[in-house]
Design a protein around this ligand. Structure first.
Ligand SMILES: [Zn+2]
Length: 138
């Protein structure tokens, strides 16, 4: 019985493969190209998400010069805050804080207005254990 190929075509250039059935690339050059391309896509995404998180941090830092501040959500929106990116989470009984490195904000609702409670990161925030699987079992 002929064993099935793991790949019919080169992962890099899509040319049909011949020879050893576990081959994935035509040659060493295709292999290297493929890995370089993949690495750079990954690295590209890492640096773009880092720069967005940095931008978020700059916004929080600007709005929070004294360690703690409350601003309307629109202020963050207008400065281009991207809520999809953050560097960590911190949870208290009342709020969930989204970190942007050494700053964090929690979305709050105060007297009918959406606001952000901004704080500077504290060391105790790193000691928190987030029970993110809690409640998934039942
Ligand atoms: Zn190839």
């Amino acid at each position: 019985m002929e064993l099935l190929r793991t790949h019919d075509t080169c992962l890099n250039c899509d040319k049909k493969l011949a020879g050893r059935r576990d081959k994935k690339f035509c040659d060493a050059q295709c292999k290297a190209e493929y890995h370089n391309k993949n690495k750079s896509f990954g690295e590209l995404y890492i640096s773009s998400s880092q720069s967005i998180t940095r931008h978020n941090r700059r916004i929080l830092k600007t709005l929070c010069p004294e360690g703690k501040a409350t601003v309307r959500k629109e202020v963050l929106d207008n400065m281009g805050y991207d809520y999809r990116y953050f560097s960590g989470l911190y949870k208290t009984s009342a709020n969930l804080y989204y970190l942007a490195y050494d700053y964090a904000f929690a979305p709050i609702f105060e007297r009918g207005v959406e606001k952000a409670l901004i704080v500077q990161r504290q060391d105790y925030m790193d000691r928190l254990t987030l029970e993110i699987w809690k409640g998934k079992r039942s």
